[in-house]
Design a protein around this ligand. Structure first.
Ligand code: BTN
Length: 328
């Protein structure tokens, strides 16, 4: 009941135009006292929501701090599968680990975990992922098997997540973000977001995927370790604007849900539009060595298509694009 009250309260407070919410009608909708409503408003004030209480009018959200509160995300995304089971940690080792563990225990599609900071955040190829508090969005989402037209491979899931984040970033920043195969979002060659998909099979041998997303939002350049400064960027470094991370998260969840509905054909075509290396000569590091050729596209499974010197197109399932070349 307490959660429901917060969700309802926050839903009204975040409604378009942010009108006053009448305390009496909230109390009757939730079957609690007006005093309890008032206590809730005060509690929200303590975590960072500045709420005006006006006699005879009710409550109004004046300003919200950069807080990550699951009830707010739920309140703003009624019916969104990723928002409904969101859990927010102050600190954890890796949100991917938490979701992988809960997936083993039967957590449903859409289960999501976000952490203010990670002590052992990880990236692809066993690399560490810097996840400092208050700077970015570090979260993981569970994808159970997709239906017809849905994701079939971990690489396809990576593609879906990349397009979702890119579209969410578009809503925030006037400059275009590009995608580098397989999992990086870049502003002028600098990485703003990384995606780590870890796939497993459940007890009934059905595949599921944990999509881990690390999005740099409010870092100043000095907040990145020195060795990353030339390669990493945050939204704030792109346009100087400090953002509420919850607003960005809400957009990502909206876009994830939209792309799930649209299906992989639409995902792949949106992905191709954002990829700057299509049509250029590239080198790809694979487990079997370096491949070179012109990138001609990606498949709906998220596999890279590379045309070699012989003219034949090779499908590369896993690897890393090493360098950008000239026009192909
Ligand atoms: C990469 O670019 O190598 C992928 C980085 C993925 C980082 C995210 S942060 C949330 C989730 N938890 C992790 O431990 N990693 C992913």
């Amino acid at each position: 009941m307490t959660d429901a009250l917060d969700v309802l309260l926050l839903r009204h407070l975040f409604a378009d135009g942010r009108p006053f919410v009448c305390g009496a009608s909230l109390a009757s909708a939730l079957g609690c006292s007006r005093r309890e409503v008032n206590q809730r408003v005060e509690a929200l004030g303590e975590v960072g929501y500045r709420i005006e209480a006006r006699p005879h009018a009710g409550y109004r959200l004046v300003e919200a701090g950069d807080v990550l509160v699951a009830d707010e995300v739920r309140a703003r995304l009624e019916g969104n599968v990723f928002a409904q089971r969101l859990v927010v940690f102050r600190e954890t080792r890796s949100t991917n680990d938490v979701v992988l563990r809960e997936a083993e225990r039967g957590a449903p599609h859409g289960f999501a975990v976000l952490a203010e900071s990670q002590t052992a955040g990880r990236g692809r190829l066993g690399r560490a992922w810097m996840s400092a508090p208050a700077c970015g969005l570090w979260f993981s989402v569970l994808f159970r098997p997709g239906g017809e037209g849905g994701w079939q491979t971990p690489q396809g899931l990576t593609m879906l997540a990349a397009v979702a984040v890119a579209r969410a970033v578009d809503r925030q920043v006037a400059r275009a973000v590009s995608i580098k195969w397989p999992n990086d979002l870049l502003f002028e060659g600098k990485k703003v977001c990384g995606i780590l998909v870890e796939a497993r099979v459940d007890g009934e041998r059905r595949p599921y995927g944990v999509v881990g997303i690390g999005l740099n939002v409010n870092h100043r350049s000095t907040e990145f370790p020195e060795e990353l400064r030339g390669r990493a960027v945050s939204l704030r470094m792109v346009d100087g604007v400090e953002r509420r991370r919850a607003d960005v998260l809400v957009s990502v969840f909206e876009e994830l849900a939209r792309l799930e509905r649209e299906g992989m054909e639409a995902v792949a075509s949106a992905w191709r539009e954002r990829c700057e290396t299509i049509g250029t000569l590239i080198q790809v590091q694979t487990a079997d060595g370096v491949r070179e050729g012109v990138m001609t596209g990606v498949t709906e499974e998220g596999h890279l298509m590379l045309r070699g010197a012989s003219g034949a197109v090779e499908i590369v399932v896993a690897g890393t694009v090493l360098s950008l070349g000239g026009e192909g």
